[in-house]
Design a protein around this ligand. Sequence first.
Ligand SMILES: [Zn+2]
Length: 99
Amino acid sequence: MPAIRQLSNSEEHWIRNAFPEITPHDVAKYLSVHVHTAIRILVRLGLITAPSQKYQQGRSTLAGNTQRSCIVCKTPKTMNKNQFICSRCRCKQRERGLL
Ligand SMILES: [Zn+2]
């Protein structure tokens, strides 16, 4: 990943003043950077949240799901990668006050 371009004070000032009337495309044009860099700059300034980051989180969550046998009832289930007890057993344990 390329390093984020350092903003001068006046550049940061301009962005903060102009936001949210400006789009990442305007920022990219103003700073003469790629629009992806502009988006990253806006994210870093806390002005927007990165859509790609959300997308990646969603993907890794899906990728973390795995087929595994529950350690209590031994039934194969699709579980989160950090989960070893199926939700039904977990629920029973909770009812018995074990969790
Ligand atoms: Zn189970």
